[in-house]
Design a protein around this ligand. Structure first.
Ligand code: PNS
Length: 161
């Protein structure tokens, strides 16, 4: 069985992430979407909230499993018996950082490859940071995140209420 791992901060997950999840789910027998800790970022949402959001938005994709992990991605992928890490690339600006992480992960686990999927054009501008910022100011995030999780995001972040 070919298992892929799609890791990320997912703070919160967006339609851009969902697009990558749907497409990657067709490339592997099983895709594990793993909410992980990015040491460079402070999270607005708890791990439990992130996992709950991801579970709700991927309910209809049978070969997707949602998990969370606080540790090294290379170790996690080995433990899960996965053959590849999946990442979405939005722009050239993402590339340097992602390239660096892919090489570091390969050093830590030489059998491990990172597969990059190009973000669909309509989501090129989208990021969790933008979603959080719009939500904090009471803006409309309907076009950026699935309906299943929109109200929970607004309830937590909207400071105009
Ligand atoms: O959505 P993000 O913030 O770009 O995801 C980055 C993430 C969480 C995948 C990355 O920070 C990570 O892999 N964290 C786990 C710890 C780890 O393995 N760090 C070394 C990466 S080379």
């Amino acid at each position: 069985m070919r298992i892929g791992v799609y890791p990320g901060s997912f703070d919160p997950a967006t339609y851009g992430h969902l697009d990558i999840i749907r497409r990657a789910s067709r490339l592997f027998d099983k895709l594990i979407v793993a909410a992980m800790v990015n040491g460079e970022k402070r999270s607005a949402f708890t791990m439990e909230e992130k996992v709950d959001f991801l579970k709700r938005m991927t309910r209809d994709i049978p070969n997707v499993e949602v998990d969370c992990f606080d540790g090294l991605l290379a170790d996690y992928v080995r433990d899960k018996g996965a053959c590849a890490i999946v990442k979405g690339l939005r722009a050239v600006s993402d590339f340097e950082y992602e390239f660096q992480m892919a090489l570091a992960n390969k050093k830590l686990n030489p059998e491990l490859d990172t597969v990059f999927l190009m973000t669909e054009q309509k989501y090129l501008f989208l990021s969790s940071t933008i979603v959080r910022d719009i939500a904090r100011h009471g803006g409309d995030i309907a076009e950026f995140v699935p309906d299943e999780i929109r109200m929970d995001i607004m309830n937590k972040l909207d400071q105009t209420k």
